[in-house]
Design a protein around this ligand. Structure first.
Ligand code: CMC
Length: 378
């Protein structure tokens, strides 16, 4: 007999004990290892935050320097993987390319079921280092270009933008991108993290863990929403069209992308930071008319759906920032994946320490004792 009532989507059911991140959905608070995301966004970097999430403490100066150096050294991907990626269809979605490439890393570095510190460190370094390179490589290859090799002189965020655009970004652009990576790095028990943990619980290798999480993140109800937000802003086209468009969505029970959250019933704290980043970026690169449309969308949705606890989530402003950084809409979700790898790996490491294979139960609602009918009698 099940020990509790069936809950679609496991809503409200704890599936782990974790000390990685904390969300207060009523007050709009997110903390990584107890540190408020707003403070991290101001003072930390993505790699320092990844270290914090995975090893549970802020690194010392030396620990951080060694971690950054190791990641810089592992940024390149084997030509076998690049050759494999050249066979991917140009029209394929970059998330599918990423899922395939992440799984392929396991062919080269698999060390199944060795829950040792060096094994964890090795996988963390390789995945954090190589995933951005693979995302940028596919983005170049699908346009018929050779991948841009990583530059050892650039930091994590600047190097990624350089591989993607073949142009060294302005320091402010790199910093803004780095903050975006921090904001998306971890978010308690979301669908892709749960997927990562289920996979991890079988003691398969971390490349399979990350590949399964990438597949889960790709859906429009999860990481895919930021791409859909830009499609929506394009469809709306002007500030005047916002109100009728949103009213039509509500009337026809169509979800408005970039709004609503299972946990936050106020504006997502990450959306607030992203909005500020978007404004800083527009000061550098020029005003974006989509931002005016977005502001009006937020105003109308808040007016119409705020009473139901539906407010802007992390995906609402991230697309506008990425677009200004020269990132194409179908690469927005891979940006999320580059960053969320940190959170997935933190949960993988936490899971290994207390592992018990996930084996939930179900409520059977089908028939029983039905006789088999021969094919000619059906
Ligand atoms: N637009 C319009 N109505 C909405 C929206 C929305 N974006 N989100 C929720 N609702 C309504 C929904 O129709 C339902 O109304 P009613 O009670 O009248 O039937 C009510 O709010 C509850 O919605 P739900 O879908 O049962 O809520 P949930 O907790 O299962 O969904 C969600 C959370 C994120 C899947 C949902 O809000 C959604 O689909 N949002 C749009 C997609 C999106 O922006 N996703 C990104 C989420 S944040 C990043 C991430 O986790 O990856």
């Amino acid at each position: 007999k099940p020990s509790c009532e069936y809950q679609p989507g496991l809503e409200g059911i704890p599936v782990a004990q974790s000390s990685i991140s904390f969300v207060d959905g009523k007050n709009g608070i997110l903390e990584y290892r107890g540190i408020n995301i707003e403070e991290l966004a101001q003072k930390s970097t993505f790699l320092e935050t990844a270290y914090l999430l995975i090893w549970g403490k802020l690194p010392t100066k030396d620990e951080l320097a060694n971690f950054q150096d190791e990641i810089t050294r592992h940024r390149r991907v084997k030509y076998h993987i690049r050759d494999m990626m050249k066979c991917f269809p140009e029209s394929g979605h970059p998330m599918d390319a990423l899922q395939t490439s992440a799984a392929a890393l396991g062919l080269f570095y698999s060390r199944r079921a060795l829950a040792k510190e060096e094994y964890i460190r090795d996988a963390v370094v390789r995945l954090l280092a190589k995933i951005p390179t693979m995302v940028a490589a596919f983005a170049q290859m699908r346009m018929g270009n050779d991948p841009v090799q990583p530059s050892d002189n650039l930091n994590y965020a600047a190097n990624f933008l350089y591989m993607l655009t073949e142009k060294e970004p302005e320091p402010l652009e790199a910093r803004i991108f780095d903050v975006c990576l921090m904001l998306h790095a971890e978010h308690t028990m979301n669908a892709s993290t749960f997927s990562a943990m289920v996979t991890a619980s079988t003691l398969t290798d971390p490349y399979a863990v990350v590949a399964s999480a990438v597949g889960t993140l790709a859906g429009p109800l999860h990481g895919g929403a930021n791409e859909e937000v830009l499609v929506m802003l394009e469809e709306i086209g002007s500030v005047e069209n916002v109100r009728p468009y949103i009213e039509d969505c509500i009337e026809n029970k169509k979800k408005i992308m970039g709004f609503g959250h299972r946990v936050y019933k106020v504006k997502d704290p990450r959306a607030k930071i992203l909005q500020q980043l978007a404004e800083r970026l527009f000061e550098l690169t020029g005003h974006d008319e989509y931002y005016d449309i977005a502001l009006e969308v937020e105003k109308v949705v808040t007016e119409k759906l705020g009473h139901k606890g539906i407010y802007a989530n992390v995906d609402f402003y991230s697309g506008l920032v990425y677009r200004k950084l020269g990132i194409k809409p179908d690469l927005f979700t891979p940006m999320f994946a580059i960053s969320r790898v940190a959170g997935w790996l933190a949960h993988w490491k936490e899971q290994l320490a207390v592992n018990r294979i996930f084996r939930p139960t179900q409520v059977y609602i089908g028939d029983r004792g039905i006789p088999y009918v021969a094919i000619e009698d059906r």
